[in-house]
Design a protein around this ligand. Structure first.
Ligand code: H79
Length: 600
């Protein structure tokens, strides 16, 4: 039953992600039903470290004195640097501060179970000793050593699975590689020749010379049909059958699904999958980027990804001397400190059956539900909705403090008052049960409670009618740093509606705030919010246009105060007030990100 439920969610979302992804192209759901037999370590791992390191790391986002913003490894493309100029950077690439043991030690301290590093990114430079080309770290730089050899050994020594990122299609150095249009003519390229002469022989080197690999991480597929991709995959598999291939090998193949860069699915997903995020806003080192996620943000992201059944692979970008950015090292270690105490609630877990709550998220192991509390309720009474089997014991994972609990109908109420008020990104409570936990409760209402400063009712939980849709919107702040936000879109006519089933756990007055993005043509239209037989009216406010290459701006627009006299389940419907008329062609009302319920 449980399996079936997940599969259903997966199939529904597969279409939705298929449409919205430019990167994570459609992945074959049959892989979920017939997984690679070596997949289990990956599913249990939950936390990986991604490392982007190449010639771009030496440039650090600056070319000819000009500062470039965006993702650092794209600088050659962004500045349209000619190959003959860019290759000169290799002559200055001498990462004497690189220390394989130190990097692997940091990975271990951070609590990651696998590590994937760029062997060759789109720039085309090989960060390993390759006989296929002289454009590699041993032949073309003063460094003259192969850092991948020592790093693979240092990671493995600490029980960390080691893998390579390899850009199999884009190669801006080679006349036949993908995507360099400033030096080479696209129509003259022979992609098959590129695969034959460079990509395949190099991937074979990686699979032959660095011991057993956990992962071969492909990216941005192109230039191959489905049959060619199958032959490519099958040919490489022979060398290391246990090595997992990421879904970005293309054409629906690969052993696990990767979402878009910086994207996490809003609800649990079946099968093996991974969300990749970078620590700041760039994958390759940029000297000026200090937007590092705090330990709290990393931990909550990790717990959220785990609560949906996936892995988080977090990226860092060492500089051209081989130094890991100060805050990456510091914040990763602090993440590891939390994991050393709370790792049981992450590693080896599966998705929690309870959807996101105002206090946080859940993960599971057989007979155990882990409550990841990001926000402690003001009244110290934690509401866990969802029909748990017989509960034997409830306690804090850190320290083991037993906690009182009562069953009330289908709810479990946990008394947190005995729990010390410590500062933690996520305080984990273990609920030990007798018997199997229920299947994911996809139909459960979104909980709203007066015990929190605010309650989020997110777009992913909407039921939409007529032409309304739930979409993951992709946009970027800078060159290539993708962001994703799930929104309800296409609320154009009065029949296009988004309805949320919400359980108000406490009576009281609630301010209802709409969080949306609204372009110029959409602005000024009238909308309605319907709840408990009441209609609230508002006129939409302009925030700006949706443009893939710009930030997507949201406004928080308070539109109602609703008084809940009786706790219970309510429906909130969001819809346009009027249909478009010929004089004013109807546009969607807005892109709705969430409704925020604020107890007054
Ligand atoms: O390695 C990291 C990125 O470099 C890589 N994937 C992660 C893991 C990646 N490759 N391609 N993309 C991400 C998509 C980026 C496309 C863009 Fe552009 C680059 C958007 C803006 C700059 C190409 C050039 C499309 C528009 C301009």
């Amino acid at each position: 039953m449980k399996k079936y439920c997940f599969l259903l969610i997966f199939l529904c979302l597969a279409g939705y992600y298929g449409q919205s992804q430019d990167m994570a192209d459609m992945w074959d759901s049959t892989t979920t039903k017939n997984p690679n037999k070596h997949i289990q370590w990956f599913k249990d791992a939950k936390f990986g470290l991604f490392i982007h390191w190449g010639l771009y790391s030496k440039l650090g986002g600056t070319w000819n004195g000009k500062h470039y913003y965006g993702s650092g490894e794209w600088i050659m493309n962004q500045a349209k640097i000619p190959v003959r100029k860019y290759e000169q950077v290799a002559k200055t690439f001498n990462p004497t501060h690189f220390n394989a043991d130190q990097w692997a030690r940091l990975a271990k301290e951070a609590g990651v179970k696998y590590m994937v590093i760029t062997a060759k990114h789109h720039e085309g430079f090989s960060m390993f000793d390759s006989k296929v080309t002289d454009y590699d770290i041993v032949d073309a730089t003063p460094y003259k050593k192969d850092p991948m050899k020592s790093l693979a050994a240092a990671a493995r020594k600490r029980g960390i699975q080691f893998g390579f990122y390899y850009s199999q299609f884009q190669d801006w150095y080679e006349p036949n590689g993908g995507r360099n249009t400033w030096d080479y003519t696209e129509s003259k390229k022979d992609y098959q020749r590129y695969y034959r002469e460079k990509a395949i022989p190099q991937i074979k080197e990686l699979l032959s010379n660095y011991g057993p690999l956990g992962i071969m991480w492909f990216d941005t597929p192109g230039g191959m049909t489905k049959d060619q991709t199958r032959a490519f995959v099958n040919g490489l598999r022979k060398l290391q059958p246990q090595c997992l291939f990421s879904s970005r090998v293309g054409q629906g193949m690969g052993d696990y699904k990767d979402f878009g860069d910086s994207e996490v699915p809003p609800v649990p997903m079946e099968g093996a999958w991974e969300s990749i995020y970078t620590h700041n806003d760039t994958w390759g080192y940029i000297e000026r980027d200090f937007n590092f996620k705090s330990p709290k943000e990393i931990i909550q992201l990790l717990a959220t990804v785990a609560s949906r059944g996936g892995n988080l692979m977090l990226n860092i970008g060492p500089d051209g001397e081989g130094n890991i950015p100060y805050y990456s090292a510091k914040f990763l270690k602090e993440t590891g400190d939390w994991l050393s105490v709370n790792g049981k609630s992450i590693y080896g877990t599966t998705a929690g059956f309870i959807p996101k709550q105002p206090w946080g998220v859940t993960t599971e192991k057989p007979g155990k539900l882990y409550l990841q509390i990001f926000t402690r309720p003001n009244n110290d009474l934690l509401l866990v909705p969802g029909c748990l089997p017989q509960v034997n014991k409830v306690y804090a994972l850190d320290g083991g403090q037993p906690l009182g609990f009562t069953k009330k109908g289908t709810d479990l109420l946990v008394d947190l008052s005995k729990l010390k008020r410590t500062v933690s990104a996520s305080t984990v409570i273990v609920v030990e049960c007798k018997g199997a936990l229920p299947a994911y409760q996809s139909q459960a209402p979104v909980t709203v409670s007066a015990a929190y400063d605010q309650n989020l009712i997110e777009a992913a939980y909407a039921k939409v009618s007529a032409n309304a849709q739930i979409k993951s919107l992709t946009y970027s702040h800078y060159y290539g740093d993708w962001k994703h936000t799930t929104c309800v879109t296409d609320l154009t006519d009065t029949t296009d509606q988004a309805t949320f089933t919400v359980r108000f756990a406490d009576k009281g007055d609630y301010r209802l705030v709409l969080e949306y993005s609204c372009g110029a043509l959409s602005a000024g239209q009238e909308g309605q919010l319907l709840i408990g037989g009441k209609t609230f009216w508002y006129r939409t406010l302009k925030t700006g246009e949706f443009n893939r290459k710009a930030p997507l701006m949201f406004i928080q627009h308070p539109v109602a105060i609703y008084t809940v006299d009786k706790p219970g389940v309510y429906k909130i419907t969001i819809k346009p007030a009027t249909d478009g008329t010929p004089s004013k062609p109807s546009k969607e009302l807005f892109k709705l990100k969430s409704i925020i319920a604020v107890p007054i």
